[in-house]
Design a binder for this molecule. Structure first.
Ligand code: ZN
Length: 259
């Protein structure tokens, strides 16, 4: 196929995409896809850097973090009176928004690389059933690999009127699934579901709110949400002389072709 033909094929594809008609990726040749990516990048506003995630990039990130002497800590390490934190650290976080099997894959990959992180699990059954025997096994396996398991919840799916009671209820459900007391929680999609300040009921064991950890320790927070980096990527965040909280969605890095 000569250059002119490729160019007109690309124009057709762009026209189709502009009309919001889905085009199967398999119909693209590698060359056409590459050119299309370049076209998209050229039209991306300057303040955004579009970055394709991949397993390879994730392994690079882990290796760079270790080479730069970052320690990996858990959210529960911020419980008052607990372990002394290292001077340079990353709180690495994964939200299990769907398909826990991808998180287990990430947990195994990190464990093999000597890295430990926190996996936040939803128990509201919206996107996966946390009581499905296979999913219980996956969550327990993540925990057995030495990672922390924390609670992920959306304020919008509350049963209790009091959000503190709601979180206590869900912490109890998740603790039973994990087989050990859960000590941290984070909010799912606070932009759309709403954000709440959580006060656990009197007498409840102390737990860590992920948003407090970020705020109280002045962590630089970088999320891979929507696969679009805004001010920082994981790589550029590590150039800053600050401690970091990084959120990586396992599926986006390990299986970006399905995103
Ligand atoms: Zn989430």
């Amino acid at each position: 196929m000569n250059a002119l033909l490729i160019q007109s094929a690309l124009l057709c594809i762009l026209a189709i995409l502009n009309c919001q008609v889905a085009q199967p990726v398999s119909d693209f040749t590698k060359d056409m896809e590459e050119r299309l990516t370049q076209t998209r990048l050229m039209t991306t506003p300057a303040q955004f850097k579009l970055s394709r995630l991949s397993r390879h990039l994730y392994m690079d990130f882990l290796a760079t973090a270790k080479a730069r002497s970052y320690a990996f800590v858990h959210f529960q390490d911020f419980l008052a009176g607990d372990v002394v934190l290292p001077s340079r650290y990353i709180v690495l976080r994964h939200d299990i928004d769907f398909a826990p099997r991808f998180s287990l894959e990430m947990a195994e990959l990190e464990s093999a690389a000597g890295v430990s992180s926190t996996f936040f699990v939803l128990v509201d059954g919206q996107f996966y059933n946390p009581l499905d025997s296979e999913i219980v096994r996956q969550i327990r396996r993540i925990h057995a690999l030495g990672h922390e398991v924390g609670l992920h919840f959306a304020v919008s799916t509350s049963v209790h009127a009091d959000v503190g009671q709601e979180v206590a209820f869900r912490l109890s459900v998740l603790s039973n699934i994990v087989g050990e007391a859960v000590h941290s929680f984070s909010q799912h999609d606070p932009v759309n579901a709403g954000f709440a300040t959580v006060t656990l009921p009197p007498g409840h064991r102390a737990c860590v709110d992920a948003s407090d950890v970020i705020k109280n320790n002045n962590l630089l927070y970088v999320s891979d949400s929507a696969m679009m980096w805004r001010r920082y990527t994981f790589a550029t965040a590590m150039e800053e002389s600050r401690n970091l909280c990084l959120l990586a969605h396992p599926h986006s890095w390990l299986h970006p072709q399905d995103d």
